[in-house]
Design a protein around this ligand. Structure first.
Ligand SMILES: Nc1ncnc2c1ncn2[C@@H]1O[C@H](COP(=O)(O)OP(=O)(O)OP(=O)(O)O)[C@@H](O)[C@H]1O
Ligand SMILES: [Mg+2]
Length: 361
């Protein structure tokens, strides 16, 4: 990209609302140090929907939990910065970070059962979330709870506020969690695998709801998932994580069309196709994700990489700009044939058999 076009692109982008710089989170275990998040750097822009994708154990949840200083013991954030509106969230007091959680940056988890208290009415818990941040009076909180339940499309919201969590279906509980997340009108909503426990139809409805809320309210959404199909349906930008590091990031359209890291390419190849012939088996990525106690030398993906060359075994690939706005860490992109023709195009509207909103888990 020339200097002037880059300047034009920069002019179009608003200032990031969140800047993560070289974030490092580790677990000190009996066997040694586990680098769960190992130098993660990215920006989040106001109102955007960013996907974080990667296999189990790649560090997605620990990245999200580190942002809000919620890493469980014996995990520790050992380096980096998290700037929210130019304030370093690693440096502020415990009280200040508590204020930011839920008020400015809300997080919803995979399993609403563990986040909703079973002995309290659902509506009461949502209202409490508002009162905790002193954003409303009791009366206002009660009224707004009903509005929120309607907004997340819970039918008969007026009577449902009195229901206990067990009286709601799995999908409704997840909607209630989203309502709670939105209760203080946060500028960022982090959703960590919020649909994994739900069946496919309900999953698609929840994703559609998140997409609508993202458009209607302008809340920036960080969607954590292991599923590229979810990224295709909801996100405009994506971070691909492997073994605690970002290996590729950029606009979803661009990356789906032309991935520049073999791991991204493998993830895209392993998406189920609706139009696949019955005998075609889903390709999975061969080999195992590395043990983060003893990650491989050189490129961490090299033991599983179909394109590796000699130097991948020893040299650490830097994350560099490979196209406008697209970064990838691979030493030998030039030789790879990872073009669009080799890939299934699953973007909404693409002629792949996957329709918008039809998300395959
Ligand atoms: N309590 C712990 N003790 C030691 N290591 C841990 C602990 N919790 C997490 N880790 C390490 O952190 C890494 C990243 O975990 P994380 O939960 O972020 O993965 P993830 O990408 O969210 O996976 P999943 O898709 O399964 O949720 C794990 O691979 C593991 O090595
Ligand atoms: Mg996780």
């Amino acid at each position: 990209m020339t200097r002037s076009t880059r300047a034009d692109a920069a002019k179009r982008l608003p200032a990031p609302i969140l800047q993560v710089k070289d974030l490092q989170t580790q677990f000190l275990t009996h066997d040694g140090i586990v680098k769960a998040v190992d130098g993660v750097t990215f920006d989040l822009y106001p109102g955007e929907s960013l996907g974080i994708v990667g296999e189990s154990g790649s560090g997605k949840s620990m990245t999200a939990l580190s942002l809000l200083r919620l890493v469980p013991d014996p995990g520790k954030i050992v380096g980096g910065q998290v700037l929210f509106r130019d304030q370093d969230l690693q440096q502020i007091s415990d009280e200040e970070i508590r204020d930011i959680r839920g008020r400015d940056i809300a997080m919803i988890f995979q399993d609403p059962q563990s986040s909703l208290n079973p002995v309290l009415q659902t509506g009461f818990q949502i209202a409490e979330a508002m009162l905790a941040h002193k954003k409303a009076t009791k009366q206002q909180a009660r009224q707004r709870t009903v509005e929120l339940l309607k907004r997340v499309r819970i039918p008969a919201a007026e009577s449902r506020v009195k229901d206990y969590p067990h009286q709601l279906s799995g999908g409704m509980r997840q909607r209630a969690m989203i309502a709670m997340g939105l209760s203080n009108a946060p500028s960022i909503l982090i959703a960590d695998e919020p649909t994994t426990a739900l069946d496919v139809t309900v999953q698609a409805q929840i994703l559609e709801l998140l997409a609508d809320l993202n458009h209607e309210l302008g809340t920036a959404i960080v969607m954590i998932t292991h599923n590229m199909g979810v990224v295709a349906g909801l996100c405009t930008r994506v971070l691909v994580m492997y073994a605690g590091q970002i290996v590729e990031q950029g606009p979803v359209d661009q990356i789906f069309e032309n991935p520049q890291h073999p791991y991204t390419w493998s993830l895209l190849r392993s998406i189920p196709r609706v139009d696949a012939l019955r005998h075609e088996r889903l390709r999975s990525i061969e080999g195992l994700a590395p043990d983060l106690l003893r990650p491989p030398a050189g490129c961490r993906f090299h033991p599983r990489c179909p394109f590796r060359i000699e130097k991948c075994l020893t040299d650490l690939p830097p994350l560099v700009e490979v196209k406008p706005d697209q970064l990838a860490s691979c030493l030998d992109r030039a030789k790879k044939e990872m073009g669009a023709d080799k890939l299934l195009d699953i973007r909404p509207g693409a002629a792949s058999g996957l329709e918008p909103g039809k998300i395959i888990p």
